[in-house]
Design a protein around this ligand. Sequence first.
Ligand code: 0GY
Length: 306
Amino acid sequence: MSNPSMSEASFKMDDGWLEFHPAPSKPVFEVPAGTVDAHCHVFGPGDQFPYAPERKYTPCDASKDQLWALRDHLGFERNVIVQATCHGADNRALVDALRHSDGRARGVASVKRNVCDDELQALYDAGVRGVRFSFVKRLVDELPHDTLREVGERIQEFGMHLVIYVEAPDLPELSDFFSSLSGTVVFDHMGRPDVSKGPDGDEFGLFIRLLEENPNMWTKVSCPERLSLVGPPGYDDVVPYAKRVVEAFPDRVLWGTDWPHPNMKSHMPDDGKLVDYIPKIAVTETLQQKLLVENPMRLYWPEESS
Ligand code: 0GY
């Protein structure tokens, strides 16, 4: 969608947009007690929390109550709600969800360069523990290098970390910049590799090297549905990538559903089947416990983490 205006009477989701799965299956894989969905979103509802004027797409509304229902259906305990670009730096929908989560959700916000300390403190008090920057060119008007460096330094004293969304073709020119950042840095979806290039290829090799050389870096191993060329239900071509990362960096990986799956055009995943993908990439109980419980608790609920 291009140049949508705030004066629209209502927010109509984009043509071709798929609604999230209406009735996800019950996963066969039973997740460990205390599992955290560490990457999911709330959208609107648009009449209450308007979408950002500068957004590149208009999603379907996806409310906090629908997210809690999915959490319970999948057997999860907690959520990390990530601000998506369609809400820009207006974090009201996110904060509203956090405030109504009974402490079972924490958040990752988006902020502008001129965000003041009081605003950062208010976000922290609401449960925000990370700030996200997108380098995905189809989603943003400007790449956020300077803002990221400046804000990335400031948020550390608030107990927050950086979350970076980037796609593999852009990593070569950005990897030195990312390596120069201090504090914890979390990448979304393994830096979105092109899975036709092989888990041992140069492209994914650069991402692996970045994590090897920078112990402050973490990655989400979520979103096989976005990366897969073979598609559902198994997303088998993504398995070797995620499995490699989970085994190489067991203490720095996170997993999330990505519900309600913004911008998915090929198909809408069954969230239950996504959960059934987890034991293919984390093949032991120890790895599953780290991926789903220990790691997200350490990062988002450190005060409860042993
Ligand atoms: C995702 C997916 C996407 C969008 C956003 O912030 C966003 O708008 O995250 C996407 O289009 O790839 O991973 O949540």
